[in-house]
Design a protein around this ligand. Structure first.
Ligand code: AMP
Ligand code: ZN
Length: 106
């Protein structure tokens, strides 16, 4: 999507470093970290929120991506968060999974 910040990141517009990527998603550091480690798992496909995603394979792959990147980084204990909708705190309307670990302020 043209004006979606995460789509722009996916296109490489800001030169954001991906700490992990696979066929389905990229993972990068949250710009405003709420924990020692705060990552965002972002599907390559633009989907506004969990409410708009019916693809069970992609849903599964996104959680597998969480496991892959935490394993790669040696993170054994972490919290995952998905904010769905403005009232729940969703600010970027491109589905993403937060991974938080260490001194979580969330
Ligand atoms: P949410 O409130 O669940 O929509 O989360 C959006 C998250 O994206 C927030 O934690 C922001 O800090 C983060 N964020 C916004 N813009 C960027 C960016 N350019 N690079 C990395 N993280 C970002
Ligand atoms: Zn997008």
């Amino acid at each position: 999507m043209e004006n979606c910040i995460f789509c722009k990141i996916l296109r490489g517009d800001f030169g954001t470093e991906f700490v992990y990527e696979n066929d389905y998603a990229v993972v990068f550091k949250d710009i405003n970290p709420k924990a020692d480690t705060h990552l965002l798992v972002v599907p390559r496909l633009h989907v506004e929120s969990l409410n708009e995603l019916d693809d069970e394979v992609l849903l599964g792959k996104l959680l597998i991506t969480v496991k892959e990147v935490t394993k790669k980084l040696g993170i054994k204990s972490y919290r995952t968060v998905i904010n769905t909708g403005k009232e729940a705190g969703q600010e970027v309307f491109h589905l993403h999974i937060h991974i938080l670990s260490g001194n979580i302020k969330f």
